[in-house]
Design a protein around this ligand. Structure first.
Ligand code: V0V
Ligand code: CO
Length: 142
């Protein structure tokens, strides 16, 4: 079902400061930036590698406000790994299969994600404490 790890999402207070750190420390390059109002984040994707079915990235996330998923996470836990996103060929099909196995779906239908992707989240309490995201890349992805 999972083809690859699409990205690891990292919650931070200051997106620009964290981008600069990842660029100078790990020589990574930002390939996309977006404000996603629905998800309550300002985010940047730093490219790691390309593979079959899409690339892999680090996603840096700054909350748009305290009353958002990432805002609440920062208040409770501080900066750090927020979620792991797996690449799937068909996010709607994956949701049906995973939901049928008893995992709570945070999204019944795919939503808009970074770089034109379709995304959906699984409840962290049902996945060993890990907030899990499913990502279907658009037909052609940078
Ligand atoms: C909360 N919990 C987590 C967690 N966030 N556990 C692991 N990883 C996380 N990131 C735990 C939390 O400690 C609580 O456990 C419990 O879940 C309920 O959390 P809460 O404090 O009540 O917080 P809420 O109300 O924010 O709900 C948590 C969930 C929410 C996960 C349901 O954050 C959500 O719907 N997330 C999905 C959307 C999202 O995260 N969007 C931002 C990324 P205890 O303390 O009760 O034991 S957007 C993105 O990745 C994009 C756009 C993209 O990739 O393209
Ligand atoms: Co993500």
């Amino acid at each position: 079902m999972f083809m690859r790890i699409d990205h690891v999402g990292i919650a931070c207070h200051d997106l620009e400061e964290k981008i600069a750190f990842f660029e100078r420390t790990f020589e990574l390059t930002v390939v996309a930036r977006e404000v996603n109002e629905e998800q309550g984040v300002k985010e940047a994707m730093l490219h790691i590698a390309d593979g079959e079915g899409g690339g892999s990235y680090i996603q840096l996330l700054e909350p748009l406000g305290p009353d958002t998923p990432v805002g609440r996470f920062l208040a409770k836990r501080g900066e750090g790994v927020h979620h792991v996103a797996f690449g799937v060929p068909d996010v709607e099909a994956a949701l049906g299969e995973i939901g049928g196995r008893g995992v709570r779906l945070l999204d019944e239908k795919p939503r808009h994600g970074s770089m034109g992707s379709s995304i959906a989240f699984l409840h962290p309490k049902d996945v060993g404490g890990m907030l899990t995201e499913l990502v279907q890349a658009p037909p052609r992805r940078p």
